[in-house]
Design a protein around this ligand. Structure first.
Ligand SMILES: *Cc1c(COP(=O)(O)O)cnc(C)c1O
Length: 375
């Protein structure tokens, strides 16, 4: 440890401390207001986040996984797919879309990812859709580690096969590609405000973004028991999944800081790239089409690198060690029969995430750089 303090992988206390005064005031205001669910802070956040993203509707929900499940359920209600439909997604993104799909009775099919970006491979997607496009409810593309996936090409494939595109933006809040915010491109998109995300609450939270008014109506109803107005149940399959007022108030404090913090995250990743030894590849985060959520290094000696960093007091994590199709509970999901997942399998043994949060001090960043260089 060289007598140094341990550098945490993520230090959420520091992120609270940097705007503690405003957050404390915002919480006090909610406590005194008497509105705790779907009140003015919630409404303000929905409106502000919608205009920030450039969509007509944002619907605040309880977490990112619910956002995905509600999108899938909503597409059933607006008549795009039957109940036994499947989604097509990637297997290296934490498995959230798979959990959400199964929650609403859908099957999951996986396609491979691109070796350079680790986001969905367009070739692999096309080959899965060529093989069979029947009853595909949605293609779910994850903007992994904060990098916006190859959207124009994926959009074109989805349009050609008439399959809706859903964006998982849990790691990419604030990213922008060709003047379009991540989350404004597909039929709908899901956001998570889990505390470690770029736009993080101090508890669970999530949102759906869409510019389809019918889908927005269905999801507004489904997030609250299937109601249309109070106590009138109009849709089956409703649940209780709302963004609470306290979390919304915290997000209202943090939304205006998102862009500057994303830029800081990208600077950290660029420093790591500059100093990394020849044995390592740090995935790039060069411009605003990357939200800088995670600093990920690819190496054939992951165990060696994580042990080396631990000896220097630097904590790391793995996103994600087990691809979805290798999980024990894979009931009802499979690799697309027409593609193999060898890139997904290979990189799951090679990725390692380094500390990356906006409050890292320059001497801490330097410490990580030195350790990377000496590996
Ligand atoms: C965190 C995350 C989610 C899930 O969000 P929760 O709020 O934890 O349910 C979904 N997708 C991705 C890619 C995530 O990183």
């Amino acid at each position: 440890m060289n007598g140094q303090q341990t550098l945490l992988f993520n230090d959420l206390k520091r992120s609270y401390e940097c705007d503690a005064h405003e957050i404390n005031n915002a919480i006090q205001d909610v406590l005194k207001s008497g509105h705790y669910i779907l009140g003015p802070q919630h409404n303000k956040f929905e409106a502000d986040f919608a205009s920030y993203l450039g969509v007509s509707d944002v619907i605040g929900v309880a977490c990112g996984t619910d956002a995905l499940a509600l999108i899938f359920a909503g597409t059933q209600h607006i008549g795009r797919v039957g109940p036994s439909a499947r989604i097509i997604t990637t297997a290296n993104a934490g498995g959230y879309a798979s959990v959400a799909a199964r929650q609403v009775g859908m099957q999951v099919e996986y396609v491979d990812v691109d070796e350079q970006t680790h986001c969905m491979s367009v070739v692999s997607l096309e080959s899965a859709l060529t093989w069979s496009r029947d009853s595909v409810a949605a293609v779910v593309v994850t903007h992994l580690y904060g990098r916006v996936a190859e959207l124009p090409a994926i959009e074109a494939v989805c349009a050609r096969y008439r399959v809706p595109l859903v964006e998982d933006c849990a790691q990419a809040a604030g990213a922008i590609q060709d003047n379009r915010r991540a989350g404004s491109v597909g039929l709908a998109s899901a956001f998570s405000f889990y505390p470690t995300k770029n736009l993080g609450a101090l508890g669970d939270g999530g949102a759906v973004a869409t510019s389809d008014p019918k889908l927005a109506d269905a999801i507004r109803s489904l997030r609250q028991y299937g109601w249309q107005g109070k106590y009138k149940k109009v849709l089956p399959g409703g649940m209780n999944s709302r963004l609470d007022e306290l979390q919304a108030a915290i997000l209202n404090v943090r939304l205006p800081r998102l862009e500057a913090q994303n830029a800081r995250r990208r600077e950290i990743i660029s420093s790591y790239r500059t100093f990394a030894s020849a044995k390592l590849r740090v995935l790039s985060a060069d411009d605003a089409s990357h939200a800088g959520h995670l600093a990920v290094v690819v190496t054939s000696d992951r165990d060696g690198l994580s042990a080396h960093l631990a000896r220097h007091g630097i904590m790391t994590d793995i996103h994600y060690p087990i691809p979805d199709h290798r999980q024990i509970c894979v009931e009802g999901s499979c690799a697309s029969p027409s593609v193999d997942l060898h890139v997904t399998d290979t990189i799951s043994k090679q990725v390692l995430s380094l500390p990356c949060f906006p409050q890292l001090e320059s001497d801490e960043i330097r410490r990580v750089c030195d350790a990377l260089a000496s590996f």
